[in-house]
Write a protein that binds this ligand. Structure first.
Ligand SMILES: [Zn+2]
Length: 275
């Protein structure tokens, strides 16, 4: 992959360590949250919600405490990976397997009970038509099979085709030599700043680049909600903390009209979603 910068290298190391998403190295829990990035820390941190421990992608590995930067560590991790991938048995089975089939196989591995071809296309990041072609070719090899199921979509039982791996011996050998499909990382905490495209709305007082959502939420709300910039309004309603919207609702000028009903709707949505 050849990471271009430290952040990409950090993501790569984390994906290699936890292909299905981060786990606590202490208690093995998956109930973990990304912590806000601290400038004095060299690696992004997670916190385990079960044992309250903080950890990084290198905690508990031989790299912990190393002075090497993320790019160097990623380069070593990657070269070890390639040695495994290029071993004789693996390369004979997976030789000539097109990239789309490799990606679809990796996606199938993440859905042991089967998935629709549309879902697999999404997981594999391959186009739907390429995914269908890849599934049929893998079926010819005997590595995948199609099962017809009826699923309840809320109103009626709808028939669907679910694809799954056969887990035959050749299929399993191939799987061992396929790269792990990187799992999507948990979303990073939203930055505390106002996006530059909305700075023009703050033409008096603290300027746009200096505003912080954590400290100036009410002022940001007042300048975006009810402004003529509909995207700024939508961003503010989706992003600003609930208390800022609730305070805004009490302010004169936000008790009636379009802006007031947008604010009321969003407060309603968030408070009912939470209950
Ligand atoms: Zn834990």
């Amino acid at each position: 992959m050849g990471a271009r910068d430290d952040e990409e290298a950090e993501r790569f190391v984390a994906q290699q360590r936890w292909p299905d998403g981060a786990r606590c190295p202490k208690c093995d829990s998956r109930n973990v949250a990304v912590r806000k990035r601290r400038p004095d820390r060299r690696w992004p941190q997670w916190r385990c919600r079960d044992c309250r421990r903080d950890f990084t992608a290198i905690t508990g590995t031989k790299w912990a405490g190393s002075r090497r930067c993320a790019l160097e560590i990623a380069a070593v991790v990657e070269s070890v990976d390639q040695q495994v991938d290029q071993s004789a048995e693996g390369s004979s089975i997976t030789a000539g397997l097109p990239a789309s089939e490799r990606k679809v196989m990796a996606a199938l591995r993440r859905r042991p009970l089967g998935a629709t071809s549309a879902k697999l296309a999404e997981l594999a990041a391959v186009s739907p038509s390429q995914t269908r072609r890849a599934l049929r070719r893998l079926e010819q090899r005997g590595w995948t099979e199609r099962r017809n199921r009826a699923i309840n979509d809320g109103h009626v039982l709808a028939p669907v085709s679910l694809w799954a791996l056969t887990y035959g011996s050749e299929c399993i050998s191939a799987l061992r030599y396929l790269p792990q499909q990187p799992a999507p990382m948990p979303p990073l905490p939203a930055p505390d700043a106002v996006p530059p495209e909305f700075w023009h709305l703050f033409w008096s007082g603290t300027s746009g680049p200096e505003l912080r959502i954590s400290e100036d939420a009410l002022r940001i709300a007042g300048s975006t909600i009810g402004s003529n910039d509909l995207s700024a309004e939508a961003w503010a309603l989706a992003t600003l903390p609930l208390h800022a919207l609730q305070t805004l609702e009490q302010i004169r000028g936000y008790q009636k009209g379009d802006a007031a009903s947008l604010v009321a709707c969003e407060i309603e949505r968030r408070t009912t979603a939470r209950a």
